[in-house]
Design a protein around this ligand. Structure first.
Ligand SMILES: [Zn+2]
Ligand SMILES: [Zn+2]
Length: 200
């Protein structure tokens, strides 16, 4: 996966992986998560949360899943009631998330990115809460306005879904967008949770 650690990051660097009306950070991290679960990015695990253990079971190539699960079986203390919430994939995602938050702050200096964000982008509430303390002045106002606009758009769309005939066809996408706005994309590290991911 392409990474954006250079000093200068612009809209064109991230445009190919941005999803319209989806949280920018969730979109960036979703790809990273897939590479952790599906490919060989993670080769050694001691603990996985419920979400990621089922993601590996259902998504990873079978030989790779078998190797990871052998490690988990060997690492697990038998009879341990309250297993720690620690998860090796969650921890990798949270490290990546810190880098992506830095990228986002830097991207805000790019006019093309700002225009895209205001016109077509979104941020989920957890990621906005993580970003806002780093932002001031116009950048902060832009993010707050984006959150208000996103909430309004989602509420209007839900209202339309409840009243318009045939609107139920759009329900899966819309409901996923609302869930993402409220909680972030499934399985991604939870900002402000003290390093723990409770996405199971
Ligand atoms: Zn997000
Ligand atoms: Zn996890």
């Amino acid at each position: 996966m392409q990474r954006f650690k250079s000093k200068e990051i612009g809209y064109r660097d991230v445009a190919p992986i941005l999803e319209r009306e989806a949280c920018v950070l969730c979109s960036l991290l979703k790809r990273f998560q897939s590479s952790c679960v599906l490919s060989g990015k993670i080769v050694r695990v001691d603990r996985l949360c419920s979400f990621h253990i089922w993601a590996v079971a259902g998504g990873a190539e079978s030989d790779r899943a078998a190797r990871l699960f052998t490690q988990l079986l060997d690492a697990r203390e038998l009879g341990e009631e309250n297993e720690s919430e620690r998860c090796d994939i969650c921890e990798r995602i949270m490290q990546e998330e810190s880098l992506r938050c830095q990228d986002f702050v830097q991207l805000l200096e790019d006019d093309e990115f700002r225009n895209w964000l205001v016109g077509q982008g979104a941020l989920c509430l957890p990621h906005a809460a993580r970003l806002l303390p780093r932002l001031s002045g116009p950048d902060r106002q832009l993010v707050l306005a984006l959150l208000r606009k996103t909430r309004e758009r989602l509420r209007d769309a839900l209202g339309a879904m409840l009243t318009e005939a045939g609107a139920g066809q759009r329900a899966p996408v819309l409901l996923s967008r609302v869930a993402e706005f409220l909680k972030g994309r499934r399985g991604l590290g939870r900002p402000g949770s003290g390093g723990r991911n409770q996405s199971s």
